[in-house]
Ligand binder design. Sequence first.
Ligand code: BGC
Length: 539
Amino acid sequence: MSEWWRGGVIYQIYPRSFQDSNNDGIGDLRGITERLDYVAKLGVDGIWISPIFTSPMKDMGYDVSDYRDIDPLFGTLEDFDKLLERAHSLGLKVMIDQVLSHSSDQHPFFEQSRQDRNNDKSDWYVWVNPLPSGNPPNNWLSIFEGMAWEWESRRKQYYQHNFLVSQPDFNFHNPEVRKWLLSNVRFWLERGVDGFRLDTVNYYFHDQQLRNNPPRKEAVEHPPVNPYYMQDHVHSISQPENIDFVEDLRALLDEFGDTAMVGEISNLDLMAEYTAGSNRLHLAYSFELLGPIFSAKHVRKCIEHFFNIAQKGIPCWSFSNHDVIRHVSRWASLGSTPEALAKQTAALLLSLEGSICLFQGEELGQLETKIEFEELKDPVGLRFWPKNKGRDGCRTPMSWDSGLPYKEFSKNEPWLPVKSPQVSRSAKQQENDQNSVLSFYRRMIWFRQNSDSLRQGKTTFFETDEPVLAFSRKTEEENIICVFNLSKEEVSIEVEHLKHSETYPKFNAKLDTKKLILGANGFHFFIPDSDNDVVIKYP
Ligand code: BGC
């Protein structure tokens, strides 16, 4: 088995916004297939496609109403088969999203379940009686809207929803539910997919005693924009039974050979637990580098903490995705220019130990789009505006060619606007420019893919202060030293026994025997000239 996922690079495609082929302003599967050459040219191992299944799209597809079909907006099963075939012929693996913890309220099983307490599907979702006061049974909150409980007058009961009211949670304590969900996953494996991104993988089970969640121990801004972050969700999610189901999923995938699953998990300890042994997740997708903090200390803490506690587990790092502000905007205060920051963050991300997920458009150095209230589509933005503007700003369509109408994404007005900062960073205009962010991403991915130590090597950090981050990535055969200045100010670093190589990436950097000068967002990769004596000192 190639174990392509181990240390691999996965490119996330948000289907609504990648390429529209039928000119309805929304991206689709045929569109993705047309653009696969572009993806393959990046040099990545595979793609992860966000949900494409039948859905009322209240949460843009993360609310599934048919787990075995494609939403007509995106195409048909035949279109999917063609996409798969083309991707495989280009050497790309295909991972699809599986949203198993909840369905849409328009899923026929929920429509049936909500009718009364005695139907075939009555126990398929989490139904509970009200307290004598009429209140829900406990304090569990939903991430997207208020309490995690919604009243159903026909059953005179509440149902649980960790996300939107229209995303009811499955009752995983019911073995029939688990069996059926596994059969849906099998359906896609038999169709030929190479793996899955598992949405909210630790949200499957709930505490059957329905105990209250305690207040969160770690300090948070009080009250935060979303009160969800004031609780420790020890009873509503992350139950021990969850791991057993992950093991069932793994056993299923193992029947199909070289497949992989990457599960979305909220913290480093759970990431380690969910990847322990070879019978759980292949990769744990981390949130740790998707937040506001970008510092040498933070990056080092994440890597060291995970590998100190993980038993052979593999993390999957990313800086941007469809749920967060694009990183070049999020960390803008640390970049001398967006392009310098985009190159530096690409170099850093692609030299981290673990696997890597890139989000469409980041290879162009795309910024977050400024969205007006009237343009909003995301329920999160609509609910928490103006403090949280929602997720539309990172989901705007790809800008392929600045010279063409709707930037070659569509021939009609796209579902979200493409604005000038995005247009000025179009793919076509960067294609042949050796200094573009796109060209840099291609070179950096190539560098990682051709280096055993960047894909598989162990990490050792050098003792440096902010804003300098320095580490080595080492296998028995190869050792690469990576040094970054995560700031806009020039720094002078004392170095010894570092050899320069023409083919190694560097940016805004000067090496003068024992002195490395890194300008704003500078970085330099080296070969050590003697393994044990490398010195990197800052300040
Ligand atoms: C997905 C979100 C989605 C949520 C509910 C998340 O982890 O990434 O986009 O809204 O799960 O399914």
